[in-house]
Design a binder for this molecule. Structure first.
Ligand SMILES: *[C@@H]1O[C@H](CO)[C@@H](O)[C@H](O)[C@H]1NC(C)=O
Ligand SMILES: *[C@@H]1O[C@H](CO)[C@@H](O)[C@H](O)[C@H]1NC(C)=O
Length: 277
């Protein structure tokens, strides 16, 4: 046992190194090694001090230290200089209207103007000429509309309009009059023919015309009280008036006149005098 202890003492470092190398290379448990048991039971005294080691390299930078305590309160500062001027304020509300001023003095009269230039009349005359043509065309169109669509007939002096509403003689008179006209009074052959053609072309047989003897029996007059002195177109044997009841006059589509009862109702023709220019 003494011999082994001495061996251990002498070679403990070597043994320890060998032991550690064995553990590393074999991966064995340290407690199961008999060599360890042998050395562990004996006191191992330190060896002589070794030589000084070579100075190591410079270490990494250390961590930041803790935040220090707050310092003492500073001395009060002096009053600063005056600041810059502020921005201009918002615009205020509009003020009330002021009083009317007094009338000013008369101004100095202006200078005499330059003489005007002669107008380019040729061009305008051409335009006006074209307008006249357009107006003439329009008039023709209007005449067509009146004659064909509206059914109005006209002469140089008058319009004639066949009213297709059955009315008594007096109602017919009123109808024409409130429209500014008269019950048609054919005072010559031309007017009579125009009215007769109008009635015939419209497909009717009879219309009231403005002739009657309401004021004096047997004395026929136009509704404007002019006598039938220059023109009449009675049918054969007319006016007959057997019982004195036929005081009004109708025109047949042939253009012939026939006395008839005023209470009868039929279509009639109004005439309108064209306004003189
Ligand atoms: C009849 O005709 C003549 C001549 O045309 C005229 O002067 C006269 O006024 C007419 N009379 C009536 C009542 O229309
Ligand atoms: C003329 O009037 C009378 C009375 O209204 C009538 O009996 C007669 O048939 C009329 N003549 C014509 C040709 O229509």
């Amino acid at each position: 046992m003494n011999g082994l202890a001495a061996l251990c003492r002498r070679h403990q470092s070597v043994l320890l190194v060998l032991f550690l190398l064995q553990i590393q290379s074999l991966g064995l448990d340290i407690d199961s090694r008999p060599t360890a048991d042998v050395c562990a039971t004996h006191t191992i005294s330190p060896g002589p001090k070794g030589d000084d080691g070579v100075k190591g390299d410079l270490g990494d930078e250390g961590k930041h230290g803790k935040v220090g305590r707050s310092g003492p309160k500073g001395i009060k500062g002096q009053l600063g200089d005056a600041g810059d001027q502020g921005n201009i304020g918002k615009t205020g509300p509009i003020g009330k209207k002021g009083d009317k001023g007094e009338k000013g003095l008369l101004g100095v009269p202006g200078e005499k103007g330059k003489a005007g230039t002669v107008c380019d009349c040729g061009r305008y005359r051409k335009v006006v000429g074209q307008l006249d043509i357009s107006v003439a065309r329009l008039k023709t169109s209007m005449k067509f509309v009146k004659n064909v669509i509206a059914g109005i007939r006209e002469t140089e002096e008058k319009f004639y309009y066949l009213v297709q509403e059955e009315k008594s003689y007096r109602e017919s008179l009123t109808h024409c009059r409130i429209r500014g006209g008269m019950l048609a009074m054919p005072k010559d052959a031309a007017a009579n023919t125009l009215i007769a053609d109008y009635v015939a072309q419209s497909g009717f047989f009879r219309v009231f015309i403005g002739v009657n003897d309401l004021e004096r029996e047997g004395q026929y007059v136009f509704t404007d009280h002019t006598p039938l002195q220059n023109y009449s177109n009675w049918g054969e044997g007319e006016p007959s008036d057997p019982h004195g009841h036929e005081d009004c006059v109708e025109m047949l589509s042939s253009g012939r006149w026939n006395d008839t009862e005023c209470q009868r109702t039929m279509y009639f023709i109004c005439e309108f005098v064209k306004k003189k220019k």
